[in-house]
Design a binder for this molecule. Structure first.
Ligand SMILES: *Cc1c(COP(=O)(O)O)cnc(C)c1O
Length: 434
């Protein structure tokens, strides 16, 4: 049942000539799983189609941005309507105010917000703001977390860096890299030590409240509360990078789910409804240090553009429907349970780690609590599983170190088909691996 993709292969050959590595973001090159990268041409609901017309059930969902699946009518209609009225003015519209109000209504720690166009911009700007606010230079981050591709965050980072085994990107000045301290995720002791070694010098602690860029790694009991306590005591700004978890794990994000309030929050992915929108926001006292009120500069030509704001507003309306999170989490729970049953039945060494509609199947014997645990996974086994699933029409993340994203468009029947495909794929994997 191999899916033939001659047309896609022709496009890929052209892509390799004109785009670096054939892609505009490295994980899309499928290097970690082998095989020809997909070329997609259409999406609807939980499904995507490649350039040859083959259909796939999609668990990438634009890396989590599409929590309601592809092209929901309300969002597509709003985008089309707005496109006729103007896509960008570079001057304020009411739409920015409306999306800001909706976000602040959902996440009470966001007293003021600033919209940008990518998660990278949001975290980079939040770090600058924290440095301006505290008058300190150092940043503390966690190994295996990903915060976009600004210089400060490109050491021991997750996502594509984990996928390609890059511990630090070339091109980051040593002087800049030296300002970032990395400690293991879920290790409060290491956080205490870092503050003790650099008294009065750490501007911010930045963390994914549920790590989802080294595969899904939940925070240990008390980890987030501990970070809040230490940051407060030390006068450092606590930044929750909720670019994935915001509007994913609950209407109020991970901070609501775990009951821990950060000083600043970064958002992205979901809040753009599939268009390029991200944001950072938080305590008024800190946010008001931004220009034009304060002395920390940040700006953007397309920031808050009306096209993207319309998409974001429609997305939030879909998520505000009562029962939305209960339903999507129930679907994802059905998938996690199904996969665990398959692993147990086939005696496969694996961990299904899930929080809400985020999950990763790690091919490793022990639960994954940090980046060094994650790196013990059998990535060759993941690659074989990925390709066996793809052959069966199921698109997973093309890397062990990424999450699978369940959307509200995935039905129980889709979930059950995915579990059956996993059973076949893992059975076949056992045979070929001896
Ligand atoms: C995706 C992501 C980013 C970067 O967002 P981009 O829009 O890709 O720049 C930052 N932080 C986290 C947690 C992410 O998942």
């Amino acid at each position: 049942m191999t899916r033939e993709r001659p047309h896609s292969q022709g496009i890929w050959r052209r892509a390799e000539q004109s785009l670096v590595g054939g892609v505009n973001s490295p994980v899309r090159a499928f290097r970690a799983v082998g095989g020809a990268p997909l070329i997609l041409s259409k999406g609807a609901g939980a499904r995507v189609w490649d350039a040859d017309g083959n259909e796939y059930l999609d668990y990438v969902c634009s890396w989590g941005a599409l929590i309601c699946g592809h092209a929901p009518a309300a969002i597509s209609d709003a985008i089309a309507d707005q496109a006729r009225r103007g896509t960008s003015f570079g001057i304020t519209t009411e739409l920015e105010v409306e999306l800001a109000e909706r976000i602040a209504g959902a996440i009470p720690s966001i007293e003021k917000i600033r919209f940008v166009s990518s998660g990278t911009e949001a975290t980079m700007s939040a770090a600058r703001l924290a440095r301006g606010f505290t008058g300190r230079d150092l940043l503390l981050k966690f190994e295996g977390c990903y915060h976009g591709h600004a210089d400060s965050f490109l050491s021991e980072a997750g996502s594509g860096l984990a996928t390609f085994g890059i511990s630090a990107s070339a091109g980051v000045p040593q002087a800049s890299a030296a300002l970032t301290i990395n400690v293991p995720y879920n290790d409060l002791e290491a956080v205490e030590q870092a503050f003790a070694s650099h008294p009065g010098a750490i501007a911010a602690v930045i963390v994914e409240p549920v790590a989802a860029n080294m595969g899904v790694v939940p925070p240990a009991e008390g980890f987030l509360a501990g970070l809040a306590e230490i940051s407060k005591r030390e006068g450092a700004v606590l930044i929750f990078d909720e670019v994935i978890t915001g509007f994913r794990l609950s209407w109020g994000g991970a901070q609501k789910l775990y009951g821990v309030t950060p000083d600043l929050t970064t958002l992205g992915k979901i809040i753009g409804g599939g268009l390029p929108v991200a944001a950072y926001g938080g305590r008024r006292e800190i946010m008001d240090r931004l220009t034009p009120l304060g002395d920390v500069y940040q700006a953007g030509t397309l920031s808050g553009n009306p096209l993207a704001m319309r998409a974001g507003i429609e997305m939030l309306k879909l998520l505000a429907v009562p029962g939305f999170y209960w339903q999507i989490n129930a679907r994802a729970g059905r998938l996690a349970e199904g996969l665990r049953t398959v692993l147990a039945a086939l005696h496969v060494e694996g961990q299904v780690q899930a929080v809400g509609s985020l999950m990763t199947l790690f091919f490793t014997a022990q639960p994954v609590t940090n980046y060094s645990d994650a790196k013990k996974s059998d990535t060759a086994r993941y690659a074989a599983f990925f390709n066996a699933m793809l052959e069966r029409g199921i698109l997973l993340a093309p890397s062990q170190f990424e999450a699978a994203f369940v959307s509200s468009a995935h039905t129980d029947a889709d979930i059950d088909a995915t579990v059956s495909a996993a059973k076949e794929s893992l059975t076949r994997g056992k045979k070929t691996n001896g």
